[in-house]
Design a protein around this ligand. Structure first.
Ligand SMILES: Nc1nc2c(ncn2[C@@H]2O[C@H](COP(=O)(O)OP(=O)(O)OP(=O)(O)O)[C@@H](O)[C@H]2O)c(=O)[nH]1
Ligand SMILES: [Mg+2]
Length: 364
């Protein structure tokens, strides 16, 4: 998952670190035993002007070398007592490279701009404490910038817990992105978490769609409410809700036919489904492999019929990760799950921190 982006971010991280160390004209500072300090990229220190350089003391040995008016010292980067002050030009080059890497990996332009702005804000003109290495500072800053655009995520179990039953979830999106498979996976996920589920076969349009969702549901031991092909999907989903009420089922999952936002008749049908079914959560499903197209479509769907959360499928086939990074920030709605394969268990609740750790190849 996201292997190309991961590799490129690893290179960028090395580049930032070596540039900062080079600009500082010093070796990485060893950790100070008595007072280990956390790197706090998320909450940068209040801005303070750079401290004047201390007078060179005859006792300071290696420090003396650092204070010589070398080329790097002229860049006015100070590394002293595990603090560092960076100027724009010290990180300009890796910031530019990061911008290119993000754009090449399908991160949307405004989201790329936001990440770069956050990196710049957290690095430049700040007196920054560093931990055991400059790399820690770089990783913490990258992590903070990426988490900043990924938002909070949404825990479906918490969402359901806090609601009156049945909780009604409507899945929408364009053709072939994985809606039906996602309905089955989410049903399985909810069952494993102790919730009872019924599925409404709301795609009455595409040939074979009712049988497809029915087969998944049967395998998972989930009840399906269906009408015949060509029936009004609003009526099917209304019946599914009635069934859930009568049988005290916790959650109704509504599959729908794939549609593009510019097909007025199909969007009107979705509007009618919304009115009749009154979903608690409208989930837009698209595929991570579609990159920027998925982000644009998600935004268009949100404007046309509203979206409360997003599922990105086929993340297992996506080397770039651009859609996963961009969609929440662009649409202003959280990512609920990533689809990570074709099996029923191949679904991952979206945790921004876990995804960022994965991208940075870091477990911390
Ligand atoms: N690799 C991978 N394949 C997936 C994932 N999710 C769905 N698929 C596959 O994508 C294909 C389309 O999935 P469907 O669930 O039928 O898509 P849909 O959006 O319901 O399609 P329509 O109903 O025709 O609009 C199937 O072959 C799925 O197995 C995923 O997370 N990873
Ligand atoms: Mg389908």
């Amino acid at each position: 998952m996201f292997d190309s982006l991961k590799k490129k971010l690893q290179n960028i991280r090395t580049k930032f670190t070596s540039n900062i160390e080079e600009a500082a004209g010093t070796e990485p500072v060893p950790p100070v035993a008595e007072e280990p300090e956390e790197v706090q990229a998320a909450e940068p220190e209040p801005s303070r002007p750079p401290q004047p350089e201390p007078p060179v003391s005859g006792e300071e040995g290696p420090e003396e070398e650092r204070e010589k008016p070398t080329f790097f010292n002229k860049m006015k980067v100070l590394v002293r007592e595990r603090e560092i002050f960076l100027r724009e030009k010290d990180v300009e080059e890796p910031l530019l490279e990061l911008e290119m890497v993000l754009l090449e990996n399908d991160v949307a332009l405004p989201v790329t701009d936001e990440i770069i702005a956050r990196m710049r804000r957290d690095l430049v003109g700040q007196q920054r404490k560093i931990g055991s290495s400059v790399d820690d500072l770089v990783v913490a800053t990258l992590r903070s910038a990426l988490c900043g655009v990924l938002g909070e995520g949404l825990d479906l179990r918490d969402f359901i817990e806090g609601r009156e039953r049945p909780v009604k979830i409507l899945f929408t999106g364009v053709n072939g992105t994985g809606k039906t498979t996602t309905v089955a996976k989410v049903g399985h996920y909810l069952q494993k978490n102790g919730f009872s589920v019924v599925i409404g076969a709301g795609d009455t349009f595409r040939a074979g769609a009712i049988e497809q969702i029915r087969t998944h549901a049967d395998r998972l031991g989930i009840k399906t409410i269906q009408h015949q092909a060509g029936a009004d999907p609003s009526a099917v989903l209304f019946d599914a809700v009635q069934y859930a009420k009568a049988h005290e089922i916790d959650v109704v999952l509504a599959d729908t036919a794939g549609r593009f936002h510019n097909r007025a008749n199909l969007m009107n049908q979705l509007e009618k489904i919304r009115r009749v079914m009154k979903p608690d959560l409208v989930v837009y499903v698209d595929e991570a492999v579609a990159g920027n197209d998925a982000v644009i479509r998600a935004d268009e769907f949100n404007r046309a019929v509203g979206t409360d959360a997003v599922v990105l499928t086929k993340a297992d086939m996506d080397p770039k990760g651009g859609a996963a990074i961009s969609v929440a920030h662009t649409v202003g709605k959280p990512i609920l799950f990533l689809g990570t394969g074709q099996g029923y268990d191949d679904i991952m609740p979206f945790s921004p921190r876990v995804v960022v750790n994965e991208l940075l190849g870091d477990e911390s």
